[in-house]
Each structure stands twice: as structure tokens, then as C-alpha cells.
Design a protein around this ligand. Structure first.
Ligand code: 6GU
Length: 224
């Protein structure tokens, strides 16, 4: 899979892809992530990417021309399955969407900033608009990193058995059960006896019950 991310703040996006699982996935050749600075697609001395909005009002709007140049140059190299615009007014991202996007070959992710992008960008180039939740971030960069992480970890070969996506929270609309590691007792805080019983059918039953309890407490909406 190939992910091309277009942004006015490349510095904000670099580090998540230079560590841990995302780094290893790229080193293994399972995904390539390319970050493009929108300013590199301007043609004026000021490298202007944004301007005031027509009709008045506070906040700058990303202009269509540099975005068109960047997207057109990428599309000249290969076909893209989706051009995704990260915006708080998009459809809410979830695991199902992550699963679907992980099956694609090439995607472009455009990060919004300030008041967003000129609507004509959305009308002419964007195939999908995604928000990562009902709160506002200062730009789409952190949201794009979240989106890319959730997709990349699903690609075959990225996770090993230990970190398998199969037991993730949300995989079966249930939150994950509690987990424990050594020591068995810490300052009077004990590990549940069942987990050290060696009775694996009972352990599995306990985990299901705890997952259900946690879901009822934290996310009753998942059980509706
Ligand atoms: Cl994709 N962008 C911004 N700026 N804020 C958000 C978001 C995206 N998703 C949730 N909040």
C-alpha cells in the first residue's frame, strides 16, 4: 500500500512514521508513506497556500491551485483509489472504515487547516471526507496520522501474533478485557486468581465476561 499525505505542516506528521510499528512496516516494504509540503507546489515568492475567504469572515482558506498541482502530479504517476480529505465536518472514522481502507492500493490524504480548503477542492478532487471524532483539532495532520496508523497496523505482516489485530477492542463490537503482567502481587494489589489457574476454558469465559462488563460501563451504545 502507498499513502501520500498533503499538508502545510510536514514537521507535525514526520515523527509518527519514524518510530515503532509504523517504521517497521515501512522498512519491511509493506507500506510506503510520502509526505508532501503544499508550499512546494506554489509558484509565487511568498509560497502562499491560503487566502481570505470570499464573502468575509475570520480565518484563512487553503487555495485550490497548489492542491490541484500536487494532486495532479501524484495522479500523473499512478492511479489512486481514494482522495481523502481530513476535516471535522466529514463522516466519523471507525474500525469498519479502517478495515475497508486497508484493502486499497494507493490513497491520497489531504490535511485541512485554518478554515479548511476551498470548497471546489472538495467538489472536484476529494472522494471521501473523514473526521476522527466530535472535537476540533488545529489541523488535519494529527487526524491523518491517526487514520494512517489504524490502517497500516491492519496490513498483512505488520503485526506479529503478540500484537494481532484479531483481539482488538471493536473487532467484535466489544471492548478488550483487562490484562495483567508480573508481579502477581504489587503492594497488596493482586492479579485475579483465574488468570494464573491454568484453566484456559475458564480464563476465556472470564475474559468474555469482563469485556462485556467493561463495554456496559464505558460504551453501552455498542451493545444496543
Ligand atoms: Cl480530520 N480535522 C480537524 N481539524 N479536527 C478534527 C478532525 C479532523 N477530526 C476530528 N477533529
Amino acid at each position: 500500500m502507498r499513502i501520500d499525505i498533503i499538508t502545510v505542516l510536514p514537521e507535525l506528521l514526520k515523527s509518527p512514521f519514524e518510530a515503532s510499528i509504523l517504521k517497521r512496516a515501512q522498512d519491511k516494504g509493506l507500506v510506503s508513506v510520502h509526505i508532501h509540503n503544499l508550499r512546494d507546489y506554489t509558484d509565487d515568492n511568498y509560497k502562499q497556500v491560503d487566502d481570505y475567504q470570499f464573502g468575509g469572515g475570520a480565518g484563512m482558506v487553503l487555495m485550490i491551485e497548489p492542491i490541484d498541482r500536487c494532486i495532479s502530479s501524484l495522479k500523473g504517476e499512478r492511479d489512486y483509489d481514494e482522495v481523502i480529505y481530513m476535516t471535522p465536518d466529514g463522516e466519523t472514522f471507525n474500525q469498519k472504515t479502517a478495515n475497508r481502507l486497508s484493502l486499497l492500493k494507493n490513497i491520497i490524504v489531504l490535511c485541512g487547516h485554518y478554515k479548511g480548503v476551498d470548497q471546489r477542492v472538495r467538489d472536484a478532487f476529494v472522494t471521501r471526507e473523514i473526521s476522527i471524532g466530535d472535537y476540533v483539532l488545529s489541523g488535519g495532520e494529527l487526524a491523518a496520522a491517526v487514520l494512517a496508523d489504524s490502517i497500516i497496523r491492519l496490513l498483512p505482516g505488520v503485526l506479529n501474533d503478540e500484537t494481532s489485530a484479531l483481539t482488538d477492542t471493536y473487532q467484535d463490537n466489544l471492548l478488550a478485557p483487562p490484562v495483567y503482567t508480573r508481579p502477581r502481587e504489587y503492594k497488596g494489589l493482586e492479579v485475579p486468581a483465574i488468570l494464573v489457574s491454568g484453566n484456559f476454558p475458564e480464563i476465556e469465559k472470564w475474559r468474555e465476561e469482563e469485556a462485556l462488563k467493561r463495554t456496559q460501563k464505558n460504551r453501552p451504545d455498542l451493545l444496543q
